[in-house]
Write a protein that binds this ligand. Structure first.
Ligand code: NDP
Length: 317
């Protein structure tokens, strides 16, 4: 797929002529809808087995963006059949009160997933709150125990956005094994866990960041290029190897108020083999993966395997 065009300055029209390539648009909205439907089936299966998977979202303060995110998560979780609760705490909540709320949820067997909406109001220690969540209920996958499990390759809960990126590649038929993946961005939320996930799938992984030298040259090596930076139009057509799969995690606001990613979509579409739009690419996958993590947490809490044939009961009672 990746026939390399010589001459990094070649303009996109020339590249397009040379490669005849127009990227396949990866429809994250459709893939997320499919995934949510699969999760809903899994929820129904667990309900049949006597477990109603439960997600509790903790929202502290009045941040309008957080309120919208939480509402969207709640709606999606309810639609998939989860038992959803939102705990709204005032902005003046103390660290001790928040820790106590988390401890109660840890102890509550009907709660399988706990999500504390970040960022927290100033003065609250996010790191301490994340560490207080039971790792097996940490559906955001941010607890150090889950970070360690990811690095060590053992079963844990994986951050939703990076997990969504892998799902998009898999469901679009993009091979990962043996390919060179370049991830731009090294946050704990996206870049680092995504690099680990790609490595676990046997990609050769390069992680780039704000101090990387000659970022365009590094990006041009990628069979799979992911940008998780938050800079409008950072990734240009001549940074992309013809035929590469380009995932755009970035969310930026353009001057006209519309949302756009890190990738210069039009020009990169003329070079890449696959590309995700913003909006409608990686974004919708994040909530879908949150639901899947909650389902996984619920199944694991009872040692149940979803989709597994049910063993005949040996218990005569
Ligand atoms: P962070 O700000 O935590 O991390 C950004 C990363 O980009 C850092 O590692 C930083 O490097 C790197 N970076 C900054 N500038 C450059 C540059 N010029 N060249 C190369 N690397 C650079 O952001 P997040 O990881 O939380 O989010 C990244 C983007 O993804 C944001 O736009 C965010 O809104 C979006 N996002 C989207 C989600 C979705 O659901 N679609 C979910 C989460 C995030 P350094 O470490 O050296 O500072």
């Amino acid at each position: 797929m990746s026939q390399v065009v010589q001459g990094k300055g070649a303009d996109d029209a020339a590249r397009k002529l040379e490669t005849g390539m127009t990227a396949k648009r990866i429809d994250g909205k459709a893939i997320a809808a499919q995934l949510r439907a699969e999760v809903a089936e899994g929820v129904a299966e667990l309900v049949q087995l006597g477990v109603r998977p439960g997600l509790t979202v903790v929202l502290v303060g009045e941040d309008p963006a957080s309120q919208v995110y939480v509402r969207n998560k709640d709606r999606a979780a309810e639609a998939a059949g989860f038992l959803v609760r939102t705990i709204k705490l005032p902005a003046e909540t103390t660290q001790a009160e928040l820790m106590e709320a988390v401890a109660k949820l840890n102890a509550d067997a009907s709660v399988h997933g706990i999500l504390v909406q970040l960022p927290l109001p100033r003065g609250l220690d996010e790191d301490a709150v994340v560490r207080a969540i039971d790792p097996d209920k940490d559906v955001d996958g941010l607890h150090p125990e889950n970070v360690a499990r990811l690095v060590m390759g053992s079963e844990g809960l994986v951050p939703c956005t990076p997990a969504g990126c892998i799902e998009l590649l898999d469901r679009s038929g993009v091979e990962i094994e043996g390919r060179h993946a370049v991830v731009v961005g090294r946050s704990m939320l996206v870049g680092k866990p995504l690099a680990q996930l790609l490595l676990a799938r046997n990609a050769t992984v390069t992680t780039c960041h704000s101090r990387s030298r000659d970022l365009p040259a590094l990006c041009r090596q990628a069979d799979i290029l992911v940008s998780a930076v938050g800079r409008l139009g950072l990734i240009r057509a001549d940074w992309v190897r013809p035929g590469a799969a380009v995932l755009d995690v970035g969310i930026n606001r353009r001057e006209d108020g519309k949302l756009a990613g890190d990738v210069a979509y039009e020009e990169v579409s003329a070079v890449a083999g696959f590309i995700t739009p913003v909006p409608g690419g990686v974004g919708p996958m994040t909530i879908a993966m949150l639901l899947r993590n909650t389902l996984t947490a619920a199944a694991r809490s009872r040692d149940l395997e979803l989709g597994a044939p049910k063993a005949p009961s040996s218990d005569p009672s």
